[in-house]
Design a protein around this ligand. Structure first.
Ligand code: ARG
Length: 455
């Protein structure tokens, strides 16, 4: 492509380090769409002839079908997707192929392709996230009354419902979707027409190409247009937060299906057996979702590091944006889809969940609240009195609800039999009917609202 200035070809290892075709062939559809939009604009602006334009457009269509049929031969000697396609166009239509690159550079071309690809990746991920939210909401509805311990510090804190716990993830995923939508909105400007970095002397119509490629407008500054990879960083950053949400839930599933918890059962479809221990059912999908968060977060670190020292505008370093982007996008799509299947198949174990609330004096806060309400005690004092009663229960190795009234009255004589009303976990859960609270009634309201907001 630049033979005019060069007497010798590249060293073999130069071709190896320079070529990106092994991975950037994934940009073929975006590259062809961008070239078609550019070509149509060149014709409309009378920069190239209608005849050449028609030949270019039909040649590009042929190339698209060759690639989709697996009949296209990608060559490392042609470096990247842009030059592979352009070289093939020359084979197909001859001289006229050389006119396509008028008023364009590979710098705005690749910026355009990657932008379009990232936009498509977001448009694939969002419905997958919506499906995961739907799966969680359905499970939450089924388990709206299922009582389990709620934890802080992984210590049993207060009883909650499994439905409430699952709905927490629906909220996290909602924010993930909003972050991706925000990223999509900001990236949706066209870099095409920035050319190498400074714009062009040809009378191009950037608004027209922007419009035909579904962008809101052309980017305002040609140097920014070819130098910017913020949108890739934003996508992977939003994706990293998503990956960590998936990982936290995956970690809970790993715990929950272990013998120490027995809170849920995962299906055969999302677990594996052990080749030596016949009793085992391993939560591999959950473990891999937890593990793959490392790849996405790694991709973010990788691209931040690539970009941080680059002077304006384009540098070949930026070719290193693609593999982290593709890997992060693929990993996220896979993990979200696997998580959806796992959640759909998952079965809760209500008795075990309920039983786990028998330990840890989980209604102690309810007792303290009762002392405040019934005896008008300042909360700090109620906290202290409750602490003494918990110590009693600990000494006798029994639950709060199983302490004799007389024992409690030794600590606080004004306590009467009505206290037992609040010591049961069922009552404790039902009483937390505040907005966003764990009472089954509140959870059902949250589920209805979430269906409206997200599905
Ligand atoms: N393969 C290159 C990349 O991915 C395309 C842009 C090359 N531009 C250039 N001036 N060498 O970044």
């Amino acid at each position: 492509m630049w033979g005019g200035r060069f007497a010798a070809g590249p060293a073999e290892v130069m071709e190896q380090i320079n070529a990106s075709i092994s991975f950037d062939q994934r940009l073929y559809a975006q590259d062809i769409a961008g070239s078609k939009a550019h070509c149509a604009m060149l014709v409309d602006q009378a920069i190239i002839s209608a005849e050449d334009g028609a030949a270019i457009l039909s040649g590009l269509d042929t190339i698209l079908s060759e690639i989709e049929a697996g009949r296209f031969v990608f060559k490392a000697s042609l470096e990247d997707i842009h030059m592979n396609i352009e070289a093939r166009l020359r084979d197909l239509i001859g001289e006229a192929a050389g006119r396509l690159h008028t008023a364009r550079s590979r710098n705005d071309q690749v910026a355009l392709d990657v932008r379009l690809w990232t936009r498509d990746a977001i448009d694939r991920l969002d419905p997958a996230l919506r499906d995961l939210q739907a799966a969680l909401i359905d499970q939450a509805e089924r388990e709206a009354d299922t009582i389990m311990p709620g934890y802080t510090h992984l210590q049993a804190a207060q009883p909650v419902t499994l439905g409430h716990h699952l709905m927490a993830y629906v909220e996290m995923l909602g924010r993930d979707r909003a972050r991706l939508a925000d990223c999509r909105q900001r990236l949706n400007e066209s870099p095409l027409g920035a050319a190498a970095l400074a714009g062009t002397s040809f009378p191009i119509d950037r608004a027209a190409t922007a419009r035909s490629l579904g962008f809101d407008r052309p980017m305002a500054n040609s140097m920014d247009a070819v130098a910017d990879r913020d949108y890739v960083l934003e996508f992977i950053a939003a994706g990293s937060i998503l990956a960590l949400h998936l990982s936290r839930f995956a970690e809970e599933l790993v715990l929950w299906c272990s013998a120490g918890f027995r809170f849920v059962e995962l299906s055969d479809a999302f677990t594996t057996g052990s080749s030596i221990m016949p009793q085992k059912r391993n939560p591999d999908a959950a473990e891999l979702i937890r593990g793959k968060a490392g790849r996405v977060i790694g991709a973010l670190n990788s691209l931040l590091t690539v970009m941080k020292g680059l002077p304006m505008t384009y540098g070949k370093d930026m070719q290193e944006d693609k593999e982290p982007l593709f890997d992060a996008a693929d990993t996220l799509q896979l993990c979200v889809t696997a998580m959806t299947g796992m959640v759909r198949d998952m079965r809760a174990r209500p008795e075990d969940l309920r039983q786990a609330t028998d330990h840890g004096f989980i209604t102690a806060t309810d007792l303290a609240d009762w002392l405040v309400r019934r005896l008008d005690m300042p909360f700090r004092q109620a906290h202290h009195v409750t602490g003494s009663i918990v110590r009693l229960a600990e000494e006798r190795d029994c639950a709060l609800a199983d302490l004799p009234l007389a024992a409690m009255q030794e600590v606080e004589p004004r306590i009467d039999a009505e206290v037992f009303e609040v010591l049961s976990v069922e009552k404790a859960v039902a009483s937390r009917n505040s907005e966003g609270g764990t009472a089954p009634e509140a959870v059902r309201r949250a589920i209805a609202a979430a269906r409206e907001r997200f599905l």
